[in-house]
Write a protein that binds this ligand. Structure first.
Ligand SMILES: *[C@@H]1O[C@H](CO)[C@@H](O)[C@H](O)[C@H]1NC(C)=O
Ligand SMILES: *[C@@H]1O[C@H](CO)[C@@H](O)[C@H](O)[C@H]1NC(C)=O
Ligand SMILES: *[C@@H]1O[C@H](CO)[C@@H](O)[C@H](O)[C@H]1NC(C)=O
Length: 339
């Protein structure tokens, strides 16, 4: 009996309280509009089998235009309303993520393993190289190694539901156009609150990759017939890829490959999703209008053939539209290159 007890105690001390299971993880996001970026985000969650809840759909956005100014307090207010149901849950893990400019790239199991390696931290925020929106706060941040990211980005974080709820309800009132990143930054920089909830930054981008200013750290190698994101600077394979700030184009580029959009052996998988069976639409005038945009930014070979291929498409011509943006001056254009 005593022996058994001893073994039990030993086990209890050697391992964390219990392994976190995939079912404990819930991805939550706030989105008011089902944009293309929103669908891209949801697709990636479905590809890897994440459980998720999206809050705020159909509500009007009062959180400012984050592209140009600070803002986003409304995200916290919507989260607070919806996460109240999990406020006493000490085992459920909540991963908050922005939606429109985020793509998930690996499975919940891998993500949880990484979270476990960051323990004893209970709350982990993504990190980046810019101190935003208040640059004066940069000197208040703990120092990091030269290849680590020092500043908090609130586009992605993970923690136990009870802790997350306490954090987002720690201030009595947040205005919809207050800055959400500043709100979390202050909580992180205050040593009392940082310690209380055991908050750390994901400074090596093990889970959260914020692409702003860091897009050239990223490589997309192939392993086991899957394209994944590798950060060559921090030597990590981040999972939650965030095209924050002006990094939307970098994310768009990655989005052609990651989250099983494209695989080396089968090519473009996403091209086969949500296809329309045209033979079912007898009246060709009801076929979707296809809009082709061509950007010719420098002298480009085989344009004649390119346009000929478009001309040869067996598709009703009045359901095809083409937009051409041409930056190449006629004098630079050789006959063979451009019509
Ligand atoms: C949702 O986004 C689309 C463009 O992506 C825009 O045309 C539309 O007005 C937006 N709707 C709302 C309610 O904001
Ligand atoms: C498209 O629809 C036609 C007519 O209903 C059907 O015969 C054909 O199998 C469908 N093709 C695919 C790929 O579903
Ligand atoms: C377009 O179609 C014509 C006639 O079938 C063919 O001769 C030509 O090679 C095609 N062009 C291209 C670029 O495929």
């Amino acid at each position: 009996m005593i022996e058994q007890l001893f073994v039990l105690l030993l086990v209890g001390f050697t391992y964390p309280i219990r392994a976190i299971s995939k079912d404990d993880l819930l991805v939550v996001s706030v989105a008011t509009n089902e944009t293309d970026g929103y669908h891209r985000f949801i697709r990636s969650l479905n590809v890897y089998g994440y459980k998720y809840e999206i809050y705020g759909l159909g509500q009007s956005w009062k959180g400012g235009n984050i592209k140009y100014t600070s803002g986003g307090g409304q995200k916290i207010n919507i989260l607070r309303e919806n996460l109240v149901r999990y406020k006493d849950d000490k085992t459920k893990l909540i991963l908050f993520s922005d939606a429109y400019d985020v793509i998930f790239t690996q499975s919940p199991e891998v993500l949880l393993k990484k979270f476990e390696t960051l323990q004893p931290a209970r709350v982990v925020f993504g990190a980046e190289d810019f101190c935003w929106p208040d640059q004066n706060l940069q000197y208040d941040y703990p120092l990091v190694e030269s290849n680590e990211k020092r500043f908090l980005n609130s586009g992605g974080f993970i923690g136990y539901a009870s802790d997350i709820y306490e954090i987002i309800s720690s201030k009595e009132k947040i205005d919809d156009d207050d800055d959400d990143q500043l709100f979390y930054t202050k909580i992180f920089l205050d040593e009392t609150t940082r310690t209380k909830w055991s908050i750390v930054l994901d400074k090596r981008a093990d889970i959260f990759m914020n692409l702003n200013g860091a897009a050239d750290e990223i490589e997309i190698p192939v392993r086991d017939d899957e394209v994944y994101v590798h950060n060559s600077w921090t030597d990590s394979n981040p999972i939650v890829i965030h095209g924050n700030g002006p990094a939307k184009k970098a994310l768009n580029y990655l989005s052609n490959y990651i989250a099983r959009v494209w695989l080396p052996t089968s090519g473009c998988l996403q091209c086969k999703e949500n296809v329309i069976n045209l033979t079912k639409i007898e009246d060709q005038q009801q076929w979707p209008l296809v809009y082709i945009a061509v950007f010719i930014e420098y002298p480009t070979p085989f344009l004649r053939e390119y346009f000929e291929k478009i001309l040869n498409l067996t598709y009703p011509k009045n359901r095809l539209a083409i937009f051409i943006h041409n930056q190449v001056r006629k004098s630079e254009v050789e006959d063979d290159f451009f019509i």
